[in-house]
Structures are given as C-alpha cells and as structure tokens.
Design a protein around this ligand. Structure first.
Ligand code: GLU
Length: 308
C-alpha cells in the first residue's frame, strides 16, 4: 500500500483476484475494497482477474455474480477481465523455463498420505520431506512437479504486516508447481499473471501472507519484478474461521451499497462516509478515496467480521 505517488514512480497497477467459487461475501469484499481504494487513491489502474484455475472448485456463474456485485457497488474495473482457465500456455512456458534454465523442478510421485506420514508440520501444512528429490523410485509414476527450495531464505517487508522472513526449505519445503490432478498451482499462476499484467502493488487478504515468500522466490527464479505487498486483515467468524463459502458466509447484498461498503471501510480502520445515502455509490467512493489512509489499516492477520 503506497503513499501518493511521486511523478518519477512507475504508474500504479493493482488488482483484485477472486476465486469464483461462490458469490462475493464480506471477506472477499474487504480485499476488493482495499485494493480498489489503494489503486484509486494512487490514481492507478485496478484490474480484476478471475482465479478459476481449480476447475472442480469453480462454480458456474459465480464469476458473473461477482462482477455484477462489483458493478452494483460502483466498483469499475479497468481493461478486460483475465480468466486463469485460459492461461495454461503461459504457465506451461514458465514451468518449462524453470526446468530448462535452472533444473530446479522435479517430478514427485508421493501421495498426500505418504507426505503427511513422513513430514514435519511447517507454517502451511506438512513440509515435503524431499523423497523424490533424487529421482523417482523404481515403479513409481510422477504425480506432481515440485520446485527445489534447498537453502532458500526469503525476506520482505509488507506495508501493513511488517517484516516476514521464511526459510523456505525448512518451513515450507519443496512446493508444488503443477498438481497431481492436473492444474498448475496457484503459486505459479499468480506470479505469472501478476507479471503479465504489470502489477506493481498487491493488496489482498493476510491469509496469503505466508504464500508471498514462495511467490517472491518464483519471481526471482523467473527474473520477474517483485511488486509491493500489503496484506489486509482477514474477516473471521466468531470461532475464528475465515469467512468463506465453506463457513457459510452470506453473499454481499448489493441493494444498499453504501451500507455494506461502509462496513468494509470501518473494518479497514477508516472513517465511514456518514452522510451518504444507501444507494449513492458515487458519493461514497468520492469520500472513501479522498480519505483513504493505509496507515490506519489494523496490523492484524485476522479480525472478527462486523456481524459476528
Ligand atoms: N484467488 C485468491 C483468493 O481468492 C486470491 C489470490 C491473490 O490475491 O493473490 O483467495
């Protein structure tokens, strides 16, 4: 998240990248509002990318429902929507580049169960024990492709959450770039797409903070620029679960936009637009953009959603 730009700075390009697994809920709305406000306050571009890479989880019609809700909330995106389901060629090219020029990718035959049985738990699930690093055991067929993390340490400063440092080998392990069930992994796709779309600033939920060092590592391997990162607190329910379709978060009601938008604004530590009629999105955004102060966003990974 950035202070207003000096003229010499590269023009701001931000994005909102929902997974169309259901309608927009308060949690995803917060990411949309935070990224939109930061882009507009910096006179930047705001793109929308549909992360429909995981086809079984993608719900038919959900992408359109999300877009109609953004429209109802007065959030106008720039340019064409990019759908990850159309981008396999670009992901394949990046994976090939890593295989050819760096020899850092290897096939892995391990099942989830085998990994869980032999791994230590890291910051994002089991740390891959490295079973297939030296080649597949006789008679085993490759299921996934992993990238080597030997000796890799990544450190970065998040504009909201502060310094994050990971020892990738010890805390994450060699991670998957192409999954056993076929699709390219989120970590690879997001890096390829952010670079292709020229994203300079990533504002998203702090549930992805622990993914960021993996993404920075891939950017380095692929000789891509690392954007600035700002991870917003994630909205959780009373028992601390992230709002999602699985936790039955209700869809955002676009019929009284300023009410739901003010709730997101308050969640992000901003003053609400008090004198704004419920359906007056133009006045809401004028106020919210003019008063956006990234320094007031709470430095927390998770906060209870307002109705919880
Ligand atoms: N598609 C991811 C999600 O909905 C967000 C990815 C990102 O912003 O990098 O959680």
């Amino acid at each position: 998240m950035s202070p207003p730009q000096s003229p010499s700075r590269q023009p701001y390009r931000g994005r909102f990248a929902p997974s169309p697994t259901g309608p927009l809920h308060f949690g995803s709305l917060v990411a949309a509002v935070g990224s939109y406000l930061d882009a507009r306050a910096n006179k930047g571009t705001w793109l929308v990318r549909m992360e429909d890479l995981d086809r079984p989880r993608t719900v038919v019609g959900a992408a359109d429902t999300i877009l109609r809700t953004l429209e109802a909330l007065g959030m106008a995106w720039d340019g064409e929507i990019v759908y990850q389901s159309t981008r396999d060629e670009a992901y394949r090219a990046a994976l090939d580049q890593l295989k050819k020029t760096k020899d850092l990718v290897y096939p892995c035959a391990c099942s989830r169960r085998e990994i869980a049985d032999s791994a230590v738990t890291g910051i994002d699930g089991p740390v891959y024990p490295g079973t297939c690093r030296k080649g597949l055991l006789a008679g085993r067929a490759a299921r996934a492709e992993r990238v080597l993390t030997r000796g890799i340490k990544i450190e970065f400063t998040d504009t909201i959450q502060g310094k994050v440092a990971h020892n990738l080998e010890r805390q994450i392990g060699d991670f998957v770039l192409k999954r056993a069930d076929g699709p390219y992994a989120y970590q690879l796709a997001v890096v390829v797409d952010d670079a292709a779309q020229g994203i300079t600033d990533i504002v998203r939920g702090a549930d992805l903070l622990d993914s960021t060092p993996r993404q920075i590592y891939l950017q380095q391997l692929l000789a891509l620029k690392t954007p600035r990162y700002a991870h917003l607190p994630v909205a959780v329910n009373v028992i601390g679960e992230k709002l999602s379709k699985q936790t039955l978060a209700p869809p955002v009601d676009g019929t009284s936009p300023a009410i739901v938008l003010n709730a997101a604004l308050a969640f992000l530590g901003q003053d609400v637009a008090e004198d704004c009629a419920a359906d007056d999105t133009a006045s809401f955004w004028k106020y919210a953009i003019a008063h956006w102060d990234p320094a007031r966003v709470p430095r927390a990974r998770a906060i209870h959603a307002p109705s919880e």
